[in-house]
Design a binder for this molecule. Structure first.
Ligand SMILES: Nc1nc(=O)c2nc(CNc3ccc(C(=O)N[C@@H](CCC(=O)O)C(=O)O)cc3)cnc2[nH]1
Length: 234
């Protein structure tokens, strides 16, 4: 149970995260679903809604104003990334100067990815990976030389391209639906609690089976090939 529990109810060691999750009486706007148990402070939740916030000095409008219906998905992504205490099974060491840990391959619910892409297809950008390679000479990210601004639907031909590539594979595109218990929801109504708690528990269970096998053993190699759905039953 210890392997599993260490993946549950935790915050990644990144730029703005709290060291441990806990209640935040007053989270702002779209981050309020996390107020009962959050890795973000109230201040971070306010910044998550700001253009060019101090969080990363990141400019959503680098190719002209991002439409509001698109921006709300980026705000929601920021809230999940900064506030969620349920991303433990996907926290990995990060190879970067600005954070020690990152998330990798979080299974995002189908609807969250598809709606993000739908609402952003006419927004414009010049880069596939928004983590790296910007021109920061002014202190705000600008399109690097040699790139051009194009609609999202050309830069990211499919929803999977958007969700997986924009943040260096933070997310994995899945066919799992909201409410399935098999995918992480960026959007949820907190009146019935946070659905991602059970999802983290499910995948932590799968990871624990892999962790229980001796490292480098034939068993561990075999387990590494099995889908979580099977592992969770071991
Ligand atoms: N889901 C999700 N996953 C994330 O990892 C994530 N990360 C951010 C943080 N975004 C950014 C974007 C650019 C830079 C940046 O400074 N890029 C530099 C390279 C810095 C380095 O790697 O040392 C650049 O070259 O553009 C930092 C943080 C915001 N939302 C996220 N949302």
């Amino acid at each position: 149970a210890t392997v599993r529990d260490s993946l549950l109810n935790v915050c990644m060691d990144a730029k703005h995260h709290k060291t441990a999750p806990g209640p935040e009486g007053q989270l702002h706007g779209q981050c309020t679903p996390w107020k009962d148990n959050a890795c973000c402070t109230a201040n971070t939740s306010v910044q998550a809604h700001q253009d060019q916030s101090y969080l990363y000095n990141f400019n959503w409008d680098h190719c002209g104003i991002m439409p509001e219906k698109c921006k709300r998905h980026f705000i929601q992504d920021t809230c999940l990334y900064e506030c969620s205490p349920n991303l433990g099974p996907w926290i990995k060491p990060a190879d970067s100067s600005w954070r020690k840990e990152r998330i990798l391959h979080v299974p995002l619910c189908l609807e969250d990815c598809e709606e993000w892409w739908e609402d952003c297809q006419n927004a414009v950008t010049c880069k596939v990976n928004w983590h790296k390679g910007w021109n920061w000479t002014t202190g705000i990210n600008q399109c690097p030389r040699g790139t051009s601004c194009q609609k999202f639907r050309y830069v990211f031909p499919t929803p999977a391209d958007l969700c997986q590539q924009i943040w260096s594979h933070s997310y994995r595109y899945t066919a799992y639906r909201r409410g399935s218990g098999r995918c992480i929801q960026m959007w949820f109504n907190p009146s019935q609690g946070n659905p991602n708690v059970a999802v983290a528990r499910y995948y932590a269970q799968a990871n624990a089976a892999v962790a229980a096998a001796p490292a480098g053993s034939p068993l561990s190699h075999l387990l590494a090939l099995l889908p979580p759905a099977l592992l969770a039953r071991l």
